[in-house]
Design a protein around this ligand. Sequence first.
Ligand code: AHG
Ligand code: MN
Ligand code: MN
Length: 332
Amino acid sequence: MMQNKIISLDEHIIRSQRNLPYASGELSSLLRDIGLASKIVSREVNKAGLVDIAGRADVENQSGDDVQKLDMLANDLLISCLRNSGECCGIASEEEEDFKTIDTHKFSKYVVLFDPLDGSSNIDVNVSIGTIFAIYRRKTFDGECTKYDFLQKGVKQVAAGYVLYGSSTMLVYTTGRGVNGFTLDPSIGEFCLSHPNIEIPKSGKVYSVNQGNYNKYPRGARAYIDHCMNSGYSLRYIGSMVADVHRTLIKGGIFFYPATKSKPEGKLRLLYECNPLAMLIEGAGGKASNGRDRILEIEPHELHQRTPVFMGSPEMVEEAETYIREAELVAT
Ligand code: AHG
Ligand code: MN
Ligand code: MN
C-alpha cells in the first residue's frame, strides 16, 4: 500500500507561502536555506564522537561560556549558508560578540539571529542538543543593517524554529500560522512532515528546572517548585533548552529558568533562545513569560540580553506566575 504522501519541509514552506498572498518567496527561500544548514550541522553532530570536533575550543564567548568546537563549527556553517542565501542582510549569533552585516546582500529584507548549538555541555556525553533561530524583517530601509534591526521585540519575529539533534533530527518552525515538526529521513536527506499542527496540552505533570539551583532561586520560584514536588509531578531536566522545550511542547509541562543570585537577569538569552521558543510555544497554544511579563513583549536593549523564563502549558505557567505574584505580595 502506498505510503502516505511525504510532505517535505521545502514543499510545506512553498504551500504555506501560497496562503500568504503578499509573500514574494524571500522568506520561503530563507527558511529552506536554514533547513539546508541544519542538515549539514546534523551530519557533523552525528559524527562528533568520531572526528576531532568534540571538546572545548579553548575560547570563551562574550557570555563567558566555554565554547565547544562544535559550537564554532555550527556557527560557521550557519553563517556561510546565510551568506549564500541572498535573503539575509545580517546575522547575530550567540557565538559572535556583535552582529555581522552580509555585504553581498546588504539590501535584503531579513535578519537572522541564532544559537548555533544549544546545550553545548551535553555534546561530549552524547545527549540531545539543538539549534535555535529567529527571523525578523529589517526595520531600516536602506544601506547596511544596524543594531536596531536586531533589537526588536519577539512579537515582531516573522518566523522562528529549532532543530533538535536527538534520537532523530527534527526541525520545528512557525511563521505565525501553526507549528509544524519535520523529521530528517537520512535515506533521502529530506525533513519530512511528522508532527503537523502541534498543540501543547493545556496542563501537564512534568516540571523542568535545574533543581540544583533551588536555594538560589527567588522565593516565588521556590514556592512553585515545592508545589510541583507536593503535587507528585515528575522532574525532567536535560540541560539543553531545545530538548526540554520540545518535550514540553509535545507532552505538556513547564520549563523554567528563574533568576538566581549570581544571574539576577536569568541565564537564558532573550533574542536567540527565549523569543524564538516563546513564539513556538505560544503558536502551539502555550504561554511564555519571565514570571510576570510576556516574553515576546520584552523590549531588547542589547544582543545578549538575558531573561528569566517560564514557558509551557498555559495552566502551569499561570500557576507559576500566581506563586511568584503571591511571594512578591508577602515580601512587600
Ligand atoms: P548553550 O549551550 O547555547 O549555552 O545553552 C545552554 C543553556 C540551555 O540550553 C540550558 O537550558 C541551560 O543552558 C542549562 O543551564 P544549567 O546547566 O545552568 O542548568
Ligand atoms: Mn543555548
Ligand atoms: Mn549555544
